[in-house]
Design a protein around this ligand. Structure first.
Ligand SMILES: [Zn+2]
Ligand SMILES: [Zn+2]
Length: 391
């Protein structure tokens, strides 16, 4: 049997691997289709993401589907010939979460094609996969293997839509129109959303479409909050960043807000009463960098320039532009701040965080002022985070 084995960044080999024996309670699936996830791309281009690094050769892939070839003893739920989507996560079945029936929070989850644990969990980009019968989810015969391979990423989008609450009759904006964004549009449609606009801030046509829809629907635009942001992996030294990594951060963090500002200007200067407010989400990185953050820090410094320019050039149209620089808000993205962040002196140390609600209150305050008052710059941060002070 052959598999797609990643040895190091950009060193992917299609090579023979030993087939696993078929045990009781297991099924053997002939893999027919696989989706390439963002994490697969991170392993391929960067050798991992965050603190998760490739430390031994690993078969990639976890968005997979195929047809059951053989079943082990005591498998009655599924028969050979059945087309299945494979659930890539296998909970331990023993920890306290598994005992409570909350397997998705398992403390010892095994996930295909993941370097999170060592030895790594080998993935599904292979000709034949032996998995637990409970992981092989039957799909209708009318569904192709390629469609079934969307089951895992689509599950992510269904979860996102559930988190958003009831969508029946609602208007939905999906920001970021990659595969997950596109699947989220489908999930939102299924949940009964009345109108869905998908946009990608780095794409001028997509941005123009978003603002055209806004004007068509609401007649005017009062506030633009430029919030989209991304960064390159903090594990890569400045001199080793690829051009693509640099460019993708510039596109999202700088070009995106600029394009949105342009479109907002056009609407705000033409409406009556004329004017509006633009709030840019800067960052503590608009003042000082974290280690290995050149693309992020450079673009966040640049946002300060965009704020000042828009503030000046907006005066004649009654457009107020301000910037909020946020430090260590406890959102899901900041989860590893409590675990430990790389410090300037090379050590790893946990950092204090602040309630994300306090950031929301700050933005609402900025947005609530009449247009003849403006918070030009606001820094809102965890009081004791390492920002003011040396070291
Ligand atoms: Zn995935
Ligand atoms: Zn568990």
């Amino acid at each position: 049997m052959r598999a797609a084995v990643l040895y190091a960044p950009k060193d992917l080999r299609i090579e023979p691997v030993a087939a696993a024996p078929l045990g009781p309670g297991e099924v053997e699936v002939r893999i027919e289709a696989g989706g390439i996830c963002g994490s697969d791309l991170h392993y391929y281009f960067d050798g991992g993401f965050g603190t998760v690094r490739l430390r031994e050769p690993m078969i990639l892939g976890h968005e997979i589907a195929g047809t059951v070839a053989r079943v082990g003893t005591d498998v009655a739920s599924i028969a050979p010939g059945q087309r299945v989507a494979v659930n890539p996560s296998r909970p331990c079945g023993a920890c306290r979460y598994c005992a409570e029936g909350k397997q998705q929070h398992c403390l010892d989850m095994r996930f295909y094609g993941s370097a999170m644990r060592f030895p790594h969990v080998q993935g599904g980009f292979r000709e034949v996969l032996v998995c637990d019968a409970t992981q092989a989810v039957p799909v209708p015969a009318t569904m192709s293997a390629a469609q079934a391979a969307f089951a895992e990423p689509f599950a992510v989008c269904l979860h996102a839509v559930n988190r958003a609450g009831p969508l029946l009759g609602k208007r939905v904006l999906v920001t970021g129109a990659g595969p997950i964004g596109a699947l989220t549009v489908i999930a939102a449609r299924r949940a009964g959303a009345l109108e869905i606009v998908a946009t990608d801030v780095a794409d001028p046509k997509s941005v123009a479409n978003l603002f055209a829809k806004t004007k068509e629907k609401f007649g005017r635009l009062d506030v633009l909050f430029n919030n989209a942001g991304t960064g390159a992996p903090g594990t890569i030294n400045l001199e080793d960043l690829t051009f693509e990594q640099w460019q993708s951060v510039v596109n999202t963090n700088l070009t995106g807000p600029f394009l949105c500002t342009q479109e907002a200007f056009k609407i705000m200067k033409a409406q009556s009463p004329m004017g509006g407010r633009i709030i840019n989400n800067g960052s503590i990185s608009a003042h000082v960098p974290r280690p290995n953050s050149a693309p992020y820090t450079s673009t966040k410094h640049a946002i300060t320039g965009l704020t000042r320019s828009a503030s000046l050039d907006g005066r004649k149209y009654n457009i107020a532009c301000g910037q909020i620089d946020i430090g260590n808000a406890a959102s899901g993205m900041a989860a590893n701040m409590n675990a430990g962040m790389p410090q300037a002196n090379g050590s790893i140390a946990p950092e204090p965080t602040m309630d994300v609600q306090d950031v929301a209150r700050s933005v609402i305050f900025m947005a609530s002022l009449p247009l003849d008052s403006n918070v030009q710059f606001m820094t809102v941060m965890a009081t004791k985070m390492p920002f003011i002070g040396r070291g």
